[in-house]
Write a protein that binds this ligand. Structure first.
Ligand code: ATP
Ligand code: PAF
Length: 279
């Protein structure tokens, strides 16, 4: 009997997206594109030890409420404790909740011997994330790795993914949080129109420079930019680099040394070459 299992899930920063709600959470999702990151979330699932007072989920050592993680445990009928560790900022557009859900699915399947396939586990985590309102496309992107292009929304049996064949150093700074649940619960028509245009631009030229340009146009047209984010993107541009806003957070990400060259002190990572894995 396995007592514990650990999974690693890359972070995912969305550059642009369109929202595609549906009553069926495996059909619901987003189209768009983003970067998966070597900075991610390490998730350990352990069989519950019978201490009813112990928190089910810990994030960075403290008790945490991550709704999609609870849903994954329910779906997999897994009486477990979950420990998530990450260096990524929370609530700032790095897909921490999706990563925690996907890592929980992979690790709980191993611990409780549930016998599900990767696509099935991605479907469980994607559905949990959609029902929680915390994301639409992070889970499928994090399961793929690299630089995913989400051509069709939804879990694996409905969604369709492609990718940009490139690798890059990635820099980021975060000025604050943006509530994904609030944005997704509001009127998403304007942002989705901008997201569809950005996707057609990227599909015509699936390269990193076009991804960065399409993401900047999206952020502007979707009306999501804040003053600090606008200023940082402009600074990077003035220094000859490429940056955009991480959806959905008050986050700026750049490829190469864009933020450093502009005088910022960013966190540095890289695009992640592969998707979520058990350790
Ligand atoms: N101080 C905190 N701020 C924000 N979230 C926190 C905090 N502490 C714990 N959390 C939990 O961490 C998770 C962060 O995930 P959330 O969906 O808010 O953002 P994200 O996944 O990092 O970004 P996004 O969905 O915008 O890509 C949430 O489920 C939240 O419950
Ligand atoms: C909605 C979203 C931007 C939240 O991080 C992400 O899940 C996405 O790209 O679908």
């Amino acid at each position: 009997m396995t007592e514990a299992a650990t999974a690693f899930v890359p972070g995912h920063v969305t550059g642009f997206f369109s929202a595609h709600p549906d009553e069926d959470p495996t059909v619901a999702g987003s189209r768009g594109a983003g970067l998966t990151l070597t900075d991610g979330v390490t998730v350990t699932v352990r069989r519950a030890d019978g201490d009813a007072d112990a928190p089910v989920v810990r994030l960075g050592g403290s008790a945490a409420d991550i709704d999609p993680v609870d849903r994954v445990l329910d779906t997999l009928r897994a009486p477990a404790r979950v420990e998530a560790e990450t260096d990524l900022p929370l609530g700032a557009g790095f897909g921490v909740s999706g990563a925690a859900a996907l890592g929980t699915a992979f690790a709980a399947n191993a611990v409780f011997d549930r016998g599900l396939s990767e696509n099935e586990l991605v479907t469980v985590a994607h559905g949990a994330e959609v029902l929680s309102g915390t994301g639409l496309g992070d889970v499928v992107a994090q399961a793929r790795g690299g630089i995913p292009i989400r051509l069709e929304p939804g879990a694996p049996e409905h969604g369709k993914l492609d990718g940009i064949p490139a690798r890059a150093r990635v820099e980021y700074v975060t000025f604050g949080e943006l509530s994904t649940a609030d944005v997704l619960a509001g009127d998403t028509e304007t942002l989705s129109t901008a997201g569809r245009e950005a996707l057609s631009t990227l599909v015509g030229d699936p390269t990193l420079p076009t991804f960065m340009r399409a993401s900047r146009t999206f952020a502007r047209e979707a009306d999501l930019l804040t003053e600090q984010v606008t200023e940082a993107i402009r600074d990077v541009s003035d220094a000859g680099g490429e940056a955009s806003m991480g959806m959905l957070g008050e986050t700026v990400f750049a490829v190469g040394t864009g933020l450093t060259d502009a005088g910022y002190d960013p966190t540095v990572c890289a695009t992640h070459p592969a998707g979520a894995t058990l350790r």
